[in-house]
Ligand binder design. Sequence first.
Ligand code: CO
Length: 210
Amino acid sequence: MSGLEHLLANNRAWRDQVERERPGFFASLAGQQRPGYLWIGCADSRVPANQIIGLDPGQVFVHRNVANLVVHSDLNCLAVLDFAIHTLGVQDVIVCGHYGCGGVTAALAPGSGRVIDHWIRHVRDIAKFYRAELEAERSLEARVRRLCELNVAVQVVHVRESPVLHALGASRDVRVHGWIYDVADGLLRDLTHTVDALRAIEPSGRIPPR
Ligand code: CO
């Protein structure tokens, strides 16, 4: 007895329901996957990629980590990006942050010295870069919300500037979207239009003029 029998029972019930409604569903997926999207999101348990965009198994390729970061030295994320774009032929990459993100909130608090702090350091750097903008917000809650949005924008730039996308050249058009999810109302908002307006950090260290 593992104590997790209820999860295995859930799985069987779910599988049986899918097969009842769509006979042959799993057999059709066994041959290959052809997802239309790559989702880069937070590991937060309240932000399950497939569920909130209403997609079935096989429809979205997913990478999740704390605070939905795309770090240039993170071989894990870069390998996912490479595989999704070059092998699976995904054309839409969605970077999805969320309000109330624990990782982003931690970046505005004193460090604990734990391993997670090393990862969150990337968000602290963003907070430093946008310090004036964040200090203009009236409350800590508003600063966290704004930093959640800025974090999405910066990660979108990181995807766009990654060697994986550069390797494509002009041969293929890959769109990179920045979204944010509100765990309090279950709704997604598209931030993509704001990304280009931000003085986002670029890998080269060059800051585009306002
Ligand atoms: Co989060």
